[in-house]
Ligand binder design. Structure first.
Ligand SMILES: [Mg+2]
Length: 409
């Protein structure tokens, strides 16, 4: 079999720019700035405007099998990387040569890659190749990764952003329990720049959700890299009695030493890895004893070919793997592993209105029913391009073809 064509769809969902009443900590929250402090909601410019984008690829073969993948929380720059760097390496090759293709793409882009958009771009192609392999062999991808480990995957509802209105936050959290979820992840709203008042507000947010859902439902909380080490240790100690299942990404991903010190200083489990790349990056993270729960973003960190190795590495360290995101490739990897107890699901009815785009460009992505996800047993990943959504959100399109010799036409 030969790869004959790669379609690259750059998609953009413009934000409507209206002020919003929900938020999360971000990597910008370390410094105090009265214009962006979450304690001062009067400033209409406080929330960052912007667009949500993604890059979706469809890989075609001479035997009629096609596969799809996408770039994790994609930058449009990934399309350029695919056009100029990756497509010439992949066109004309056999999609079954996964390891060789991965190493070729990774090694050819080292000077612009290793971490970031180049690895994200190769991740999308790698995932599409696994989709092709599944279709060509007539097997769901999890059967190529180790087979079923259970009948369904337990899901956690990932929403509950910080809000001023704590009654609304409590009602939102209760709603997920009523839908059947037995685990929820919420967001902290304040960072070092918000001082002691912000710390008290963070505790109030967690206490509100804990009280709303009771003690039987697992509750995790996300800091999205919004803290530094001193703040993280003090803040996590302030909520230890509220029984968090984990605190996610307390500091910047490169602060591996800080992660390890935070983990040793608190009893709440620490999770991370959503912004880490490749087996090598995870090797450094795990060797440092930085996290209790490993959270690779598969279409960011290197695709399924590299994710398999990270899953094996985590197993050797005795750690759980709870990948970032709700896409089908995650469901297949989780289904084939004894180390992955949960899948992240972003409920459609959550407070966060964005990410419509991410929920629409593929049909067949995992959805939770009564808190559980059933994995598609269709060949491949079990998802298809939604052409209406591709039209609706289209920003640019590329068609990259191989000539008779296999070179970029
Ligand atoms: Mg996260």
């Amino acid at each position: 079999m030969r790869i004959t064509q790669i379609d690259v769809h750059s998609l953009v969902e413009p934000t409507n720019g209206s002020p919003r009443d929900w938020w999360s900590t971000t990597p910008l929250d370390v410094l105090y700035d009265p214009r962006v402090s979450h304690l001062d909601r009067r400033q209409p410019g406080a929330e960052r405007a912007g667009v949500i984008s993604n890059v979706v690829v469809q890989v075609h073969t001479d035997e009629g099998f096609t596969g799809v993948g996408n770039v994790g929380v994609g930058s449009p720059a990934a399309a350029t990387v695919i056009e100029h760097h990756l497509a010439p390496l992949v066109l004309g090759r056999d999609p079954f040569d996964l390891e060789s293709l991965w190493q070729t793409m990774y090694r050819h882009t080292l000077s612009i890659g290793r971490k970031g958009v180049a690895v994200e771009a190769l991740s999308a192609i790698d995932i599409a190749l696994w989709d092709i392999l599944g279709k060509a062999t007539g097997q769901p991808v999890y059967n190529l990764l180790g087979g079923r480990t259970r009948t369904a995957i337990r899901a956690y509802a990932s929403q509950c952003y910080a809000r001023e209105d704590l009654d609304a936050l409590a009602a939102e959290a209760r709603g997920y329990v009523e839908q059947g979820f037995t685990a929820i992840k919420m967001r902290f709203g304040y960072g070092p720049g918000d001082g002691r008042r912000g710390m008290a507000r963070n505790r109030e947010l967690v206490a509100t959700v804990r009280e709303a859902i009771g003690t039987d439902v697992e509750l995790a909380a996300e800091a999205y890299m919004g803290w530094d080490e001193i703040y993280a240790i003090a803040m996590i100690r302030m909520v230890e009695d509220l029984g968090l299942a984990w605190v996610e990404e307390p500091v910047l991903p490169d602060r591996i030493d800080a992660y390890a010190r935070i983990r040793r200083s608190v009893s709440t489990p620490i999770s991370g890895g959503e912004h880490e790349f490749t087996l090598q990056g995870f090797h450094q993270l795990l060797q440092a004893g930085a996290v209790d729960i490993v959270q690779p973003d598969v279409n960011r960190m290197g695709g399924i070919t590299e994710a398999r190795k990270v899953w094996a590495l985590a197993e050797a360290h005795g750690l759980r793997v709870v990948p970032h995101g709700n896409q089908a490739h995650n469901a297949h990897l989780i289904m084939a592993s004894f180390s992955s107890p949960l899948i992240e699901i972003f409920p459609d009815d959550g407070v966060r209105p964005g990410y419509k785009l991410h929920h629409e460009f593929f049909d067949g992505e995992p959805r939770a029913k009564a808190g559980w996800v059933e994995t598609s047993d269709r060949p491949g990943l079990g998802i298809e391009l939604n052409h209406d959504a591709i039209e609706r959100y289209r920003a640019a399109e590329l068609t990259l073809r191989a000539d008779a010799s296999g070179a970029l036409a």
